[in-house]
Design a protein around this ligand. Structure first.
Ligand code: PRX
Length: 635
């Protein structure tokens, strides 16, 4: 497509156009897509309610853009290449034609089971092609998908299903991840005890572990496919969607206890995911593009499925983990499929870096042209290691900053165009109008200063609402600073105008690139029978970026502290999922509080970071002895 930025001048021109005339800028890009009807108005917005409408009046189906239109010239080109967890299992390739057939068939399965436009469907699946097929089949018939990451617990799934009132769950008997298999259907069974809205569960065969199948509710994926084939329901016309019809919900953590369902809509999200994919990675026809994320997170939605497929790319999906069967797995995959673009997370890079160069040295990585990073700040050491040992100092690294709420990449180098700088996400993409503000909400104009990162103008991929609770969306993102979207991130703009994300400024911890709300973890810990109160903070962790440090008050001394820690961890696993388990649990007699009863997290953070000499102003503490006790018993 010819909206590709090829030089710094192209970037500068595109950027200034996107600011001086955003509507003309995005309309020209949207023109490259397939519409059933064009828009009446490109953009209508206010950040007060907020109400954001892009391409109002337009009609489309995103799957027609991601699949059907490529059948003309790319029918036999691989759309999805899938590599199994076990390197001995044969990989699979789905061409655009095959993807079309499979999506249509499964879309008919959904319809045959009574699913209609607007219904919500929870997808809890391993990283197999059928996950992408399920997502696209929902989009094809206008059902709203809510993918839940396979690491979440039954309770977390139930909360998400209830919040969205899902009618159906699509899952698998189990999933393979590294040396383990996860009993996905069992987890769903536990979740569904609380979820009367779910009438049907479709179960894909993957691990073939024994599972329960409840008559009338649970159906095998394979049987359902046979049924529609027998009925001759092969093709499936895409549902005609309004630009602002909901495409999906994706739950993410914030500073309050309950995860919120970020809602993205059809047209703006599609245009933005596709535009940013094309430009940031500089994808060229026939390139093999490998994003190592899980589809349970936004990166998988935008940059495994929708962005690449909208551009007719070949996207590689990997079922396993970077360290199984050994720490050379990513490099084997790059070598095996001659991957050209690799997009991964700093936590994976740090863990592979720690395993040493033996796993890299015999691998042919010469196909690589572009490397990407996402999810958390990448430290200089990891950046250099990635650059030297994987990119052989010839592949630009695109450090992409964005969020579930932004739908697509916001700040990033454009590969080969923007001069990179370790640890810097560099410059905003066209259409992204950043602002740094200080604590008082004053806009910071000068360079070389840090502030809170805000965005002052809408972009097509932005969040529209939080499902079922629009007020929460307003409060979370649009109230802190008037007339701006507040990201929750701190950011430095250096003398060159380059942006460096410094981390969250709210009570959110970023563990291995996954957002975890401290309040959510505290709620889970507090559910443990002997816990009176707890406070959770993040601390620097060598591999995960941040680890979870919990300070816990018990109602009586534990006879076996180690065992109690394990019990608490297990409780968190049950309530949220293993990803939210605290790394460190320190039992304390009290928590540092102000006279008004507010926990002084700043102090707890400093202690967890090991910076006990700089606790700052402690004069407002109710009981300074508490801090001494915590300091003396630090883990
Ligand atoms: O703090 C930022 C961090 O991840 C947060 C968004 O998390 P999530 O919605 O789960 O999406 C992750 C994948 C887009 C941000 O608020 N973050 C994301 N990318 C970067 C980053 N921090 C620094 N550098 C990045 N490149």
């Amino acid at each position: 497509m010819n909206f590709q930025i090829k030089s710094l001048k192209d970037y500068q021109d595109a950027y200034s156009k996107s600011v001086s005339d955003p509507e003309a800028f995005w309309a020209a890009i949207a023109d490259h897509f397939q519409w059933k009807r064009k828009w009446d108005q490109v953009l209508k917005w206010n950040f007060k309610e907020p109400k954001i409408e892009w391409f109002k009046g337009a009609k489309l189906n995103i799957t027609e853009n991601c699949i059907d239109r490529h059948l003309v010239d790319k029918a036999d080109q691989p759309a999805i290449i899938w590599e199994a967890n076990d390197p001995h299992e044969h990989h699979r390739v789905l061409t655009y034609k095959q993807l079309h057939q499979k999506v249509c068939l499964f879309a008919n399965v959904l319809k045959n089971n009574g699913v209609k436009k607007g219904d919500r469907i929870c997808i809890y699946m391993p990283m197999v092609p059928e996950l992408a097929i399920a997502v696209l089949a929902c989009a094809r018939i206008g059902a709203i998908h809510s993918v839940v990451f396979g690491g979440f617990s039954a309770q977390s799934i139930a909360d998400r299903i209830k919040d969205a009132q899902c009618e159906m769950v699509i899952t698998a008997d189990g999933g393979f991840r590294g040396a383990k298999d996860t009993p996905l259907k069992n987890v769903i069974d536990d979740a569904l005890v609380q979820c009367p809205s779910v009438k049907t569960v479709i179960v894909l065969t993957r691990t073939r572990t024994p599972i329960s199948m409840i008559k009338g509710r649970d159906k095998w994926w394979e049987d359902e496919i046979k049924k529609v084939e027998t009925l001759g329901l092969i093709d499936c016309e895409p549902e005609v969607m309004d630009a602002e019809d909901e495409l999906f919900i994706l739950y993410t953590s914030g500073s309050t206890g309950k995860p919120k369902g970020v809602v993205h809509t059809c047209a703006g999200y599609m245009v933005y995911a596709a535009y940013t994919f094309q430009n940031v990675f500089q994808y060229q026809p026939k390139d093999i593009y490998f994003c190592t994320a899980d589809i349970g997170w936004i990166t998988g939605h935008s940059y495994i499925i929708y962005g690449p497929l909208a551009q007719g790319a070949t996207t590689l999906m990997f079922e396993g983990v970077p360290t199984y069967p050994d720490a050379g797995r990513f490099w084997d995959i790059v070598d095996k499929f001659k991957v050209n673009i690799l997009y991964t997370a700093p936590t994976a890079i740090r863990s592979l870096m720690q395993s040493g160069l033996d796993y890299v040295k015999d691998k042919d990585l010469s196909s690589l042209k572009v490397l990407g990073s996402v999810g958390e700040p990448i430290n200089e050491e990891a950046w250099n290691w990635y650059n030297e040992n994987i990119g052989k100092s010839k592949c630009p690294i695109v450090d992409t900053w964005w969020q579930t709420e932004t739908g697509g990449i916001m700040i990033s180098p454009i590969a080969g165009v923007t001069k990179t700088k370790p640890c810097y996400a560099t410059l905003p993409l066209p259409g992204v109008q950043l602002e740094l503000v200080d604590e008082k909400g004053e806009v910071i104009e000068e360079n070389g200063v840090s502030g809170n990162l805000c965005i002052k103008f809408p972009w097509p991929g932005m969040i529209r609402t939080t499902y079922g609770d629009h007020e929460r969306c307003r409060q979370t993102y649009f109230v802190t600073y008037e007339n701006k979207y507040f990201t929750g991130d701190g950011c430095l703009r250096d003398e060159d105008g380059y942006y460096r994300i410094t981390g969250r400024v709210d009570d959110v911890i970023n563990v291995s690139g996954h957002r975890i709300g401290t309040a959510e973890v505290e709620n889970a810990i507090n559910m443990f029978t002997d816990v009176v109160e707890s406070a959770v903070v993040g601390y620097p962790h060598e591999i995960k970026g941040q680890g979870i440090y919990a300070y816990v008050i018990l109602n009586h001394d534990s006879d076996d502290e180690e065992l109690t820690r394990k019990d608490i961890s297990m409780t968190v696993s049950r309530i949220i999922g293993a990803i939210a388990r605290p790394e460190k649990i320190q039992f304390v007699k009290g928590l540092p509080k102000t006279r008004s009863g507010k926990i002084m997290r700043r102090i707890l953070r400093k202690i967890a970071e090991g910076d006990v000499a700089n606790l700052g102003d402690t004069s407002t503490l109710l009981d300074p002895a508490v801090v001494e006790d915590i300091k003396n018993n630090k883990l």
